[in-house]
Design a protein around this ligand. Structure first.
Ligand SMILES: [Mn+2]
Length: 399
């Protein structure tokens, strides 16, 4: 932050769904990161250089009324929120105007949500019209890229619940099961184990549905002989897990399915091993692409001759692997990440090589969550079954 500057951030609000119904409230991730508070319509102000210590960190919270309490229950008051958040000063929202005037008077620069100053926004603060403003998000991004031990604990909890769901799925999947029934198994386990729910819309894609990268309809029947690609993760205390597994619907890989699966698994292991401090995300992805080329040739998808492309042509491996190998993970499933910075200890990233073969109507993706450390990558999903033999054994145990 620049000397004499101020941070202003508003909490998220429940979005209208239809009629008088709202989507469940989910706190704005930056707001949650800075305050630890999950209430709507709050405002956080942070002015570390302000001469009055009572104005250096201020959280404004909404006061409930007897009527609102009748419908939605009580909310914690200033004293309780102060305990929960550790924020120096917590006041009722109606006091904000007087405080903000004082706070902004000497401010050199205000870091804020764009929404707070946008003329069309309901949340607009007129006070912000005549001050220098910068977006807050890039500043918080630099912090959110590095996970504190407490954050890694929350991600581990989300992963553990995701692991349980996958074990239940392995018992449930067989020819004839519907994709939505698999989804139900996943959400059932998530809720049963205390997760909020899905960290993102789960993908349950059998057969050729796996070729649609963001397939979320989950409405087909799983057929004997098809593979089933699943991308799912629990959310715990606003932190996400992000796991992908691909299994044979009938519990046994065919020769070809195992051949392709093992190629993905080899790439996954090599890619994971490259997730060490100093590597740039873009170099990492290009390197993994190079490894794919060899595997694609081995699988007979194109010849070594075809792989020698002209400078103006796209690399052939991109025809079979068209998304990134990795992204940051945390409060958001795609967490903010500054791609100009190399991997550094404390980052939690996914490793998700995949292959999509339209000619064979199939797609296979494997995805684990990796903690970058100075002593090498730590696979936070090490225990979630991934070996084809183990998958087959677990699927056939109760049959
Ligand atoms: Mn992912």
């Amino acid at each position: 932050m620049a000397p004499g500057s101020v941070v202003l951030i508003r909490s998220g609000e429940a979005k209208k769904r239809s009629g008088d119904q709202y989507y469940p409230f989910r706190q704005h991730s930056d707001f949650f990161y800075l305050t630890g508070i999950k209430q709507e319509e709050n405002l956080f102000a942070f002015a570390p250089d302000h001469p009055d210590p009572g104005l250096r960190e201020l959280l404004f919270i909404k006061r409930t009324t007897p009527k609102s309490e009748l419908w939605t229950g009580p909310l914690p008051g200033p004293e309780e929120v102060k305990q929960l958040s550790g924020i120096g000063e917590v006041r009722w929202l109606e006091e904000k105007d007087a405080c903000l005037e004082e706070l902004l008077r000497g401010a050199t620069l205000v870091y804020c949500d764009q929404e707070l100053a946008a003329p069309s926004s309901q949340a607009r603060f007129r006070e912000l019209e005549n001050v220098n403003r910068m977006p807050l998000a890039p500043l918080v991004e630099q912090l959110r890229m590095f996970k504190e031990p407490e954050e890694i604990d929350e991600i581990r909890k989300a992963i553990s619940i995701t692991h349980s769901a996958f074990l239940n799925v392995l018992e449930r999947v067989n020819p004839g099961v519907w994709e939505y029934q698999v989804e139900a198994e996943i959400i059932g386990t998530f809720i049963e184990k205390g997760a909020v729910g899905h960290a993102y819309d789960p993908i349950v894609a059998s057969g050729k549905n796996a070729l649609i990268l963001h397939y979320v309809k989950n409405s087909s029947q799983c057929r004997d002989g098809d593979m089933l690609l699943m991308d799912f993760g629990a959310e715990v205390n606003n932190y996400a897990a992000d796991c992908s597994r691909t299994i044979p619907v009938n519990g046994c890989f065919s020769k070809r399915q195992r051949e392709v699966y093992e190629a993905v698994l080899r790439i996954f292991r090599q890619a994971r091993g490259m997730m060490v401090p100093g590597t740039l995300m873009s170099d990492f992805h290009q390197h993994v692409g190079g490894l794919w080329e060899e595997e694609h040739i081995g699988l007979g998808l194109y010849s070594r001759e075809d792989a020698k492309v002209q400078p103006d042509q796209d690399l052939p491996w991109k025809d079979y692997f068209m998304h990134g190998t990795s992204h940051s993970l945390g409060l958001d499933v795609h967490d903010p990440f500054d791609r100009s910075r190399p991997f550094e200890p404390g980052m939690v990233l996914t490793c998700e090589p995949a292959i999509y073969i339209p000619e064979e109507q199939t797609g296979i993706r494997l995805e684990n969550n990796i903690l970058i450390t100075g002593e090498g990558p730590v696979d936070l999903m090490e225990e979630i079954p991934i070996e084809p033999d183990e998958i087959e054994e677990l699927m056939n145990r109760k049959r």
